[in-house]
Design a protein around this ligand. Structure first.
Ligand SMILES: *[C@@H]1O[C@H](CO)[C@@H](O)[C@H](O)[C@H]1NC(C)=O
Ligand SMILES: *[C@@H]1O[C@H](CO)[C@@H](O)[C@H](O)[C@H]1NC(C)=O
Ligand SMILES: [Zn+2]
Length: 599
């Protein structure tokens, strides 16, 4: 998972008082009042409409239809597909057998061992590493490769393996039916470095892979080695049972996801497009959302969108000189004012109708059992009413920093520099602003807004301004010489547009829905279609899939993790054995189902 890597889940509102304001009574009875008046109106129209003249009838019908929009009907909102179980005897049998195996001590010991061994390799990736071959720190990935080869011998016998840019792993399990589009299971081999100062605070050492009887501990246990081990173990188990796929399965394991995938996923994405072609895959499953209980119902929230990303450099230059004769403002002073101006003008947080964060809320409103009535009403009404949308923002989005960050474009001043000597005026000073661009916006819109945010201030300070190549305030704007110059530019070249949206209706979504529901049921001995609900989800960060957009429209950032992850990117990372086993069950169900579904 990415650095910001919150598991995609609906946060519960920060305080219940936010959902019930002063007008407690009105709010409580309003839905009933509406319901009653609509009911009366509806009855009146249907029984009398034959007798009313046309005009009046039409007016009443309009009123009734408005009424229907106002009621809390959840019909057609967050529609659910059914659970999907393997049907053919070949597939149903192997699926049942693996399910039984998961409950045995012998298999559990084996599963723990495989994950624990993988955790024991400290495959850390760092920011700004030179390519493999130029930096010895990459060599731990070689240990990962050796380990996988000895831990999963059947996989390494049956699948072809290509190493991309030295450490990227690209496996192909060739299916018997080449007319079926293949799919990709993705994971990453690297982990976030352990801060050496925190080692003492880990309950079990970060690279121990210790199993305490319930949980498996260590850096990478949850992010993302449980997925990687689960995928490999699933394949090894299916191969051990003599099962082989009709549909080709491709595995893509990057090695620097935690530092933007520049060497790993970027090379893998290119290799995949060269080998298989554009849009050659039915779907991709990578890390991302999991499932959790929200408002009394369990929701799975696969990530179906990602925010965009840019780093903006703000550079201020002005003539230097001796600090004993200083002007009113130095470049550092100007920069400070400019930063303050940015912070005074945060990007608006507006929930867009039909955006993923809006759809997530619609699912919560239509299936959550304990969602406060006022919030539920506002969410359902926001499908048609802007006023209700503003109400949802007020009740739910704005009080919740995580959700606000999901909805709006964010800005964070993360790096600042300027000045070298106490007695010399700094000729330049600069800062880096990191933006996560909301899914409804773009790089262009964001850079344009940044330029305009500081233009007035720059002008009042007698500074010229060039924003991303455009002279917003040229020297000719001033009668006398400008006091200095401000330049906005893109830094580091990690820029990324918001990701294309994965469709959340249609065969691929229904396939994933059915697979998740069957997995959830089987793991708990349940029946039925709605023990767990599917909801479009999103996280605030990005995954390796940023390099896979050309390969398929159906990118699901989801690995069936149960509950909020513990210790991801910090101390005491661990995963419960039962949760890890359920991930194995998920991949087993997915692979077997994928062989039967006609997309
Ligand atoms: C900007 O320049 C104008 C005249 O060119 C001057 O009157 C004004 O005081 C200057 N403002 C600052 C902040 O330097
Ligand atoms: C996807 O395809 C476009 C057009 O061919 C290309 O410019 C772009 O670099 C590709 N994206 C990735 C991530 O490879
Ligand atoms: Zn990860």
């Amino acid at each position: 998972m990415v650095k910001e890597g919150k598991v995609d889940q609906l946060p519960t509102p920060t305080s219940s008082s936010n959902t019930r304001s002063n007008n407690r009574k009105t709010r409580r009875y309003l839905p009933y009042a509406l319901l009653v008046s609509c009911f009366v109106l509806g009855t009146f129209v249907s029984s009398r409409s034959n007798y009313l003249n046309f005009e009046l009838g039409a007016k009443f019908k309009q009123a009734v239809s408005r009424c229907h929009q106002n009621t809390d009907s959840t019909a057609g909102v967050c529609v659910q597909a059914g659970a999907l179980y393997p049907q053919s005897s070949k597939n149903a049998e192997v699926w049942t057998q693996v399910g039984e195996l998961l409950e045995t001590d012998a298999f559990q010991t084996l599963a723990i061992d495989k994950l624990s061994g993988l955790i024991q390799i400290p495959s850390e990736s760092y920011d700004n590493m030179p390519p493999p071959g130029e930096d010895p720190r990459w060599e731990t990935m070689g240990q990962v490769h050796d380990y996988l080869a000895q831990a999963f011998p059947l996989v390494h016998k049956a699948l072809s393996l290509t190493k991309v840019n030295t450490y990227g792993l690209l496996y192909e399990w060739t299916g018997t039916d080449s007319s079926l589009k293949p799919y990709i299971l993705a994971a990453h081999q690297d982990v976030v470095p352990v801060n050496p100062e925190t080692i003492d605070t880990w309950t079990h050492p970060p690279y121990s892979g210790f199993f305490d009887g319930t949980n498996i501990w260590g850096r990478g246990a949850a992010d993302d080695k449980a997925s990687l081990a689960a995928i490999m173990l699933t394949l090894e188990t299916l191969l051990g049972k003599g099962w082989t796929p009709a549909r080709t399965v491709v595995l893509a394991f990057g090695f620097d996801e935690e530092s933007s995938g520049l060497h790993g996923a970027r090379s893998l994405g290119k290799a995949l497009e060269e080998t298989y072609g554009r849009d050659a895959f039915e779907f991709i499953v990578d890390e991302g959302g999991g499932f959790d209980e929200v408002y009394g119902a369990v929701f799975a929230t696969p990530g179906v969108a990602e925010k965009g990303y840019i780093d903006v450099k703000v550079d201020v230059t002005s003539p230097g000189g001796h600090s004993s004769v200083p002007p009113a403002h130095t470049t550092i002073g100007y920069l400070a004012s400019l930063i303050t101006e940015f912070e005074k003008n945060p990007y608006p947080i507006e929930l867009a109708r039909g955006s993923v964060p809006h759809e997530t809320l619609l699912c919560a409103a239509s299936h959550g059992e304990t969602i406060p009535r006022g919030l539920k009403h506002a969410i359902l009404k926001s499908r048609h009413s802007d006023k209700a949308m503003r109400q949802v923002e007020k009740l739910f989005v704005l009080p919740n920093l995580w959700y606000s960050s999901l909805v709006g474009t964010t800005q964070a001043v993360d790096i600042i520099s300027g000045g070298v000597k106490a007695n010399a005026l700094p000729e330049s000073a600069s800062a880096i602003i990191n933006h996560r661009i909301n899914t409804e916006s773009s790089i262009k819109e964001t850079t344009a807004r940044d330029g305009h945010t500081i233009a007035d201030l720059a002008y009042s300070l007698n500074l010229t301004l060039n924003a991303f190549g455009e002279d917003l305030i040229p020297a000719s704007a001033y009668a006398s010489e400008a006091k200095g110059h401000v330049e906005l530019s893109l830094a580091f070249h990690h820029e990324l547009e918001p990701a294309p949206r994965t469709p959340t209706t249609g065969k691929q979504w229904d396939f994933l829905s059915g697979t998740i529901k069957a997995t959830y049921n089987a793991h708990r001995g349940l029946d039925g279609d709605n023990n767990i609900f599917m909801s479009p989800g999103m996280s605030t960060g990005n995954t390796d899939t940023r390099y896979y957009w050309n390969l398929t429209r159906n990118i699901f950032r989801y690995n069936h993790k149960n509950g909020a992850s513990t210790g991801v990117h910090t101390v005491n990372e661990n995963i419960a054995l039962d949760h890890y086993l359920e991930i194995v069950r998920f991949f087993t169900t997915l692979i077997v189902n994928a062989d039967e579904v006609a997309f």
